[in-house]
Design a protein around this ligand. Structure first.
Ligand code: PLP
Length: 462
């Protein structure tokens, strides 16, 4: 293919016409989200018959609840566009849901619905002023979205020895460092329960962070997509409880309702005049990009956010199963001596293989990216490297997602599994030993034992 710029002559004038599909140079280093990329890589491997233990992709995959199936069936004929901010009954239902589940005041006016919380977070980064404080590690999309929004991402250190805690002193240090580099930090992005670490903020840390943000004039975007999936030993507390005037909550259907493909998310803006201004800006941006989320999905989602004991049971049982599977794998890693924060919510583990640095170096592995590639190529195990979450390359942390360890619907009766969930004890609490028969989980546990035995062998030979 000849990429030499062509000289246009048809108009009789000479100018450089470029290639027919010239890319925006400013975005040329953007790559596909690593989490979607690993999922596609696993699908390709499996299509070629290569067995793969899938710890790479965090997707809630329980079957759709019949209440939602019925609601969607009834809404199929709603083919008109919805209002940009969402259908009024849905906004009302979400406001009620937020009041019930977060204990914060919320009116329908404060709710903006969109096609997933991901584009809403991006839209917020575009309409709010300033650069962005991004904890390290944090979800794969925060840094790219910040860059796409034309903002600087300022890393905030977290404490890996203490559930990746975020402290006011680390936040202040990040602001000072950011300002020294010419940045103007005005936004803090946080996520609890957390992807990638599985940790949750303790209530006193949420309060301290919110007080700090309020005193510093920082807007918090609190990504609460996993709020419903707390494992039980730490409660979810929204910073909006302590800082209602400066905290925006985002959430949606993807995790608690296992309906990521429905693409339905919401943002809860602060009340008052400033919140209204923000809502106006967000709606203007949304109106020029996605117009509205899909109308049938919005109408069906009303049922998800309306008080219903069957749905509450479903969500509680999903959370319990995620907690069980994640905790089982955590126990295996701990028995193998791998440092890993005890999971508190969602379906992630964030182990650190630093103790095997020398052994790995013998295999020419010195970065988390190489480590993840090695685990995939040699051990048929898909994971994501810490670099995908903003870590320095030499940090040997990996993110393991446990949500694909239930087996496919063809292999496992997921409704039966959900029905067993209530008999499972809260992880770490004394209770009846209940073990579920999950072959994919057992395989992952065995594979980790083999990997570490191999690395221990290499360490001993050093
Ligand atoms: N935030 C975090 C931390 C996530 O892990 C995800 C999905 O993986 C999202 C947001 C995206 O959610 P949604 O499906 O609502 O766009």
């Amino acid at each position: 293919m000849d990429h030499t710029p062509r000289q246009a002559t048809t108009t009789g004038q000479q100018f450089e016409a470029g290639t027919p599909l010239e890319l925006n140079a400013a975005l040329s280093n953007m790559v596909s989200s690593p989490t979607l990329a690993i999922n596609e890589a696993v699908a390709r491997r499996r299509a070629q018959g290569q067995e793969t233990i899938h710890l790479g992709f965090g997707e809630a995959t329980f079957p759709l609840h019949p209440v939602l199936r019925q609601a969607l069936a009834e809404a199929l004929e709603s083919t008109g566009y919805a209002p940009v901010a969402g259908v009024p009954k849905l906004r009302q239902a979400i406001a009620g849901y937020i009041q019930r589940t977060r204990g914060v005041n919320c009116t329908a006016e404060q709710v903006i619905v969109g096609p997933g919380s991901k584009p809403l977070i991006y839209a917020l980064l575009r309409v709010l002023d300033g650069d962005v404080l991004v904890p390290r590690p944090s979800w794969v999309s925060y840094n790219p979205q910040t860059r796409l929004a034309g903002r600087k991402a300022i890393p905030v250190a977290t404490d890996p020895t203490d559930h990746h805690r975020l402290t006011p002193s680390a936040l202040t240090e990040a602001i000072v460092n950011g300002r020294a580099k010419g940045a103007k930090p005005r936004i803090l992005l946080v996520n609890s329960p957390n992807n990638p670490t599985g940790s949750m903020f303790a209530e006193e840390d949420v309060a301290a962070m919110a007080t700090w943000a309020s005193e510093t004039g920082i807007t918090i975007i609190s990504d609460e997509i996993y709020a419903e999936l707390a494992h039980g030993w730490r409660s979810h507390v929204s910073p909006a409880r302590f800082y209602p005037t400066g905290c925006i909550i985002t959430g949606g259907l993807s995790k608690a309702f296992s309906a990521g493909g429905w693409r339905l998310g919401y943002a809860i803006l602060p009340g008052g005049e400033l919140g209204k201004e923000l809502g106006k800006a967000l709606r203007a941006l949304a109106s020029e990009i996605w117009s509205a989320a899909a109308t049938p999905i919005e109408e069906a989602a009303i049922a998800a956010f309306t008080l219903n004991t069957d749905l509450e049971t479903y969500v509680r049982r999903s959370a319990r199963l995620h907690s069980y599977v994640t905790h089982e794998l955590y126990l295996t890693l701990s028995e193998l001596g791998i440092a890993c924060p005890r999971p508190a919510g969602a379906f992630y583990l964030y182990p650190d293989l630093a103790p095997w640095r020398d052994a790995l170096a013998r295999l020419n592995i010195t970065t988390s990216t190489q480590l993840a590639q090695y685990l995939l190529d040699t051990w048929d195990m898909a994971t994501l490297p810490g670099t995908a979450f903003g870590e320095e390359p030499a940090t040997l942390r990996l993110r393991l997602a446990t949500s694909m360890l239930y087996g496919s619907p063809q292999q496992t009766d997921l409704w039966h599994l959900l029905s067993q969930a209530d008999s499972l004890p809260t992880p770490g609490e004394a209770g009846q030993e209940v073990k579920l028969d999950l072959p994919e989980l057992a395989k992952a546990q065995e594979r980790w034992k083999e990997v570490i035995a191999h690395l221990n062998g290499l360490s001993q030979a050093l």
